[in-house]
Design a protein around this ligand. Sequence first.
Ligand SMILES: *[C@@H]1O[C@H](CO)[C@@H](O)[C@H](O)[C@H]1NC(C)=O
Ligand SMILES: *[C@@H]1O[C@H](CO)[C@@H](O)[C@H](O)[C@H]1NC(C)=O
Length: 540
Amino acid sequence: MLWHQILLALGSFLTAVQCFQLNLTQFYEMPQLYDLDDYDRCMQEFDQETSTYCFVRAEVQPNETVVAWQAIAEISRFDRHHFDHRQLYFGLCLRECEASLAQLDANELKALQAGLLTDNQKVNVYLDLFAMEADNRERHQRLTNICLNWRLQQRGYGLQAKSVVEYCDEAGKSVEDDAWNFTFYTIICALLILACLGSLVDLHLKYRRHDKMLKERDHYKTPPKSRAQQLLLTFSVARNWYRLNQEPSGKIGRELRFLDCFKFFAMFMVIFAHTNWVIYESAISNPQDPERLLHTAAGTLLVSGSLITVTFFVISGLLLTINWLAVVRSMQSKSKEVWSFGQYFLLFVKFNVFRYIRLTVPYAFVLLVSGVYFDNAGGPLWRHIYEREQLSCRRNWWVNLLYINNFVHTDERCLLQGWYLAADTHSFVLSLVVLMLGHRFAQWSKHLYSGVLAVFMILPAVITYVADYYPIFIPSPQTQKDSFIGDRQFTEFYTSSHMNFGAYFCGVLAALVYDELSSRQYKLRELRSFQIFWFSLIPA
Ligand SMILES: *[C@@H]1O[C@H](CO)[C@@H](O)[C@H](O)[C@H]1NC(C)=O
Ligand SMILES: *[C@@H]1O[C@H](CO)[C@@H](O)[C@H](O)[C@H]1NC(C)=O
């Protein structure tokens, strides 16, 4: 009961603590981050004419004498908490623009032109991806710039903005299937056909069996007889269902079941975080709310939960090492000789190739899906968010398949979350080398392991200090809105392999300790000091 009350008190304390008060009078002096005309109306109202809707990126130009600029400068200064309010998104229906500018004369129009936005690196990444829009960009630049500056003036902000068209949509255009799309459809069809065929063959085999001793489902658990059968039955739905639901077997399987719990919670948080990211990328009509979030303790804890991925690294390291130890044991039971370099090398290649195949087949399929063009579901930001991903995937899929996407082409990321797989792959290779060295030079292994751990514990600290990173990664609202493009902290600090290897190696060491303990039948839980240590983990 007491615990309960303390927790409740802590919870309400964390949500109530808010040191910073956003001055909303000042907040509403700034132009809105998003000014989007009605997309559907623009595209559908007049069928006969071709209507055009342009998505325009604008950057407010400084003017110290204007109140709105003072507010922008003051609020955007806190860039870890707040959006950069200089960056505005406009969705302009060109027909409405023309209508609104009709009564202005040439001089007035000239005064409204603030120029082309060229020196914004993040915007330029988008312009480069949407290179096929170069014509539209040139054709509509003048009109859109005048139009949005007219709006800023009409609303009394007294500011001007440079701008550039990201893309324009024309009414009546639909997506044309290309080679990439057809590849996707072909593979989907092939998979469906194979799944049907495999399932039917499996069903047929089941009825042919006539074995009274076997229960219904046992058929699906017995391995197929021939190679050809095995190949076909890989696609059998029922068989895969039972495989997925299989209970872990063996001593290791039972002992490692607790990992599922960690995996569940970590996975939940990861999905939550990435859903949140897409919300930040799209239009938010009340940006003050997400901005306030990071001024509260609870909000900060929630958003800086990026450390959750460390859990996965530890689990990966643990599983690799358990696997490695099992292989070593089975090989040593056959012969006691010292292994040659060739044997180590062969084993190294085998580990990596099998892992590569296991990961890459489903990964490649996800990459393929991510590049498929779909019809615009009906919104001005659809292409900004989805087509950016599709274009990046079409351009950079090979970077992902080589697992170097956490340091190559980091501004045009296909599957942003794929950085984890790259960092995991690098950690896997390095750990395997370390484990092999530890096995070959067994008398030095303790020195080696502690040396590696020490290096990769100290290295991130040194790099963080020298390169002046913030010690934890907090995805600020603007970072998320920019889709993590050009964010040093994310690319160099958070997703790079050498910063994460320490956590991975902790998993490796945990597995070595676990192996030692279980082979010696050591009863840790009877140790008083261990009990104290164990319960002290709960608050941590
Ligand atoms: C809020 O901002 C407005 C306009 O900038 C200013 O006049 C007012 O004094 C500010 N209020 C507080 C409490 O700082
Ligand atoms: C700044 O704003 C004032 C008032 O609107 C205007 O007179 C002046 O020309 C602007 N300065 C610049 C550099 O745009």
